[in-house]
Design a protein around this ligand. Structure first.
Ligand SMILES: [Zn+2]
Ligand SMILES: [Zn+2]
Length: 246
């Protein structure tokens, strides 16, 4: 069986005949559309952050009128990342798809979700700014349990689409922190301190790094990653995730 992502036109046609292209998010037939994207209905069900928002962490302030302004978190806490952005809030279809992607081993969702993330457009956050992409690493034990690092699958797609080099070994997760879900923001920061290590500082030195993860929750994880990367000589670290919890 050829690699389904790189098969020739004959195999493609044969497989399309028996298995018509379906939306990889909802399973509805796509007809003539290529199958590496969500169907128009799914796309319309995904909520996107817009203005006004926090220029630092990208948090959207909903439909409230007004100018962009720093959120309370960015006003009070030290931020190690330069900017963070998420496509939209972690709710509805987006939340459902991400949890399928992560916990049901649905690595076939990597391509549509990676494509969605790579299509992110924001004049204040151009992909051309970056010369290195890093996924937030999983601890080796977690990686064995899950079988794949969802952040790496997303990062790989962005690296291909935007021709930015990807490095998934320079930054490592060396300590397995206790599960974060029950912890508050401050507790998460403490819990995750010292969990990451830059194994090859030369690989990140002077680089403008795009750090990729699936969900931005309190930001504690990406903050800690950005901190160790800057300490190892990175020029700046920005964060892009599929969704952000509110
Ligand atoms: Zn769909
Ligand atoms: Zn903010």
């Amino acid at each position: 069986m050829p690699d389904p992502l790189h098969m020739g036109p004959f195999w493609r046609a044969l497989i399309d005949f028996f298995f018509p292209p379906k939306c990889l998010l909802c399973g509805k037939s796509l007809g003539e559309l290529p199958d590496d994207r969500p169907c128009p209905l799914c796309l319309s069900a995904i909520k996107f952050f817009s203005h006004p928002r926090c220029p630092c962490c990208g948090l959207g302030f909903g439909d409230a009128p007004g100018e962009d302004h720093l959120c309370s978190g960015c006003l009070t806490d030290e931020r190690y990342f330069a900017q963070a952005r998420a496509i939209g809030p972690y709710e509805g279809l987006m939340a459902e798809v991400i949890s399928r992607f992560k916990y049901q081993g649905a690595s076939r969702l990597a391509k549509p979700l990676g494509t969605l993330l790579a299509a992110y457009q924001d004049p204040e956050f151009p992909f051309s700014r970056f010369n290195l992409i890093l996924p937030v690493p999983l601890h080796p034990r977690r990686l064995r349990q899950r079988g794949f690092n969802q952040a790496l699958l997303l990062a790989r797609r962005i690296s291909r689409v935007h021709s930015i080099p990807l490095d998934f070994t320079a930054l490592q997760r060396t300590r397995l922190a206790q599960p974060q879900t029950q912890l508050s923001g401050a507790e998460r920061l403490k819990n995750i301190r010292g969990a990451f290590e830059v194994l090859r500082p030369a690989a990140v030195a002077d680089k403008k790094i795009l750090l990729i993860d699936d969900v931005f929750t309190t930001g504690a994880t990406v903050q800690e990653c950005a901190k160790v990367l800057l300490k190892s000589g990175a020029k700046r670290v920005d964060v892009l995730t599929l969704a952000r919890t509110l």
